[in-house]
Design a protein around this ligand. Structure first.
Ligand code: UGA
Ligand code: MN
Length: 253
């Protein structure tokens, strides 16, 4: 089957570095289609050029997060959800551009996480929803589904363990057929804080029994919720003063 990798992305100093790093992972994965959705009112030159130069089969979309849902620099990182309308744009694209009976797997892969190559092969034979642990998340070395006799029976998590599907976005993949069978299923900025994943998955009429535990019955960490330290550039004015604007032009980074 083909894996549709859905990646929201937004402009910041680290964006091209993140996309470069992730694209180098994806270059090693056969049979993928990368859907990159910019959080922007238009396609940016940076992402457009970037995707044109990579050899990954990709689709480039954009939708801006409305300002009331956009994070302020001073907000705690968990206050507002990120990537919501962007993932929905990709779901719309899939519903309009693939067939209901196509054999495809959908994975929501943020641009800053770290992905083993193995995780893509684990998710490739998803029937309904595959699930696996995520490393470096929620103040823990990892969170993981609880597996008993080959079946998911609950969740080893601390934060809101009563969530129906207590997984991070990086911890599951869903078959394309389900996306078509449930055309109303999407993410929403009105879902409870931190519960995009769980609330989204409840929209597919699934039971825990439907979940397919991967990564050796959820005993291996094959994806990490890494977060990149923000780079500051406080010395730009001093550079221009010392060398002149011609010596320190706006080269794309
Ligand atoms: C955690 C989860 O891992 C995310 O999948 C989830 O979207 C997020 O929480 C949430 O609660 O909404 P975290 O590392 O805190 O993720 O979030 P980011 O990595 O900052 O953002 C997730 C994705 O959305 C990234 O691909 C990022 O590029 C994108 N994003 C972020 C935007 O499109 N717009 C923004 O303003 C910020
Ligand atoms: Mn992240």
């Amino acid at each position: 089957s083909i894996i549709y990798v859905i990646t929201p992305t937004y402009a910041r100093l680290e964006q091209k570095a993140e996309l470069t790093r992730f694209s180098h992972t994806l270059l090693h994965v056969p049979n993928i289609h990368w859907i990159v959705i910019e959080d922007s009112p238009e396609k940016t030159v940076l992402v457009q050029n970037f995707l044109n130069r990579t050899r990954i089969h990709s689709t480039h979309l954009y939708v801006a997060t409305p300002s009331e849902y956009k994070m302020n620099l001073t907000d705690p990182y968990w206050l507002k959800p990120r990537g919501v309308l962007q993932r929905n744009a990709a779901l719309d694209w899939l519903r309009n551009n693939t067939s209901p009976d196509d054999d495809g797997v959908v994975y929501f892969a943020d641009d800053d996480n770290t992905y083993s190559l193995q995780i893509f092969e684990e998710m490739r034979n998803t029937t309904k929803v595959s699930i696996w642990p995520v490393g470096l998340v929620a103040g823990l070395r990892y969170e993981r589904p609880k597996v008993t006799n080959g079946k998911v029976t609950g969740w080893y998590v601390l934060w809101k363990p009563d969530r129906p599907f207590a997984t991070d976005m990086a911890g599951f993949a869903i078959h394309l057929n389900l996306i078509h069978q449930h055309p109303e299923a999407k993410f929403s900025n009105t879902f409870a804080v931190g519960q995009q994943e769980s609330t989204f998955l409840t929209l597919f009429n699934l039971t825990l029994d439907d979940l397919e535990p991967k990564a050796n019955m959820c005993t291996q960490i094959l994806v990490w919720h890494t977060r990149t330290v923000r780079s500051n550039t406080p010395y730009e004015k001093a550079m221009v003063k010392l060398y002149g604007a011609d010596a320190y032009p706006n080269i794309e980074i």
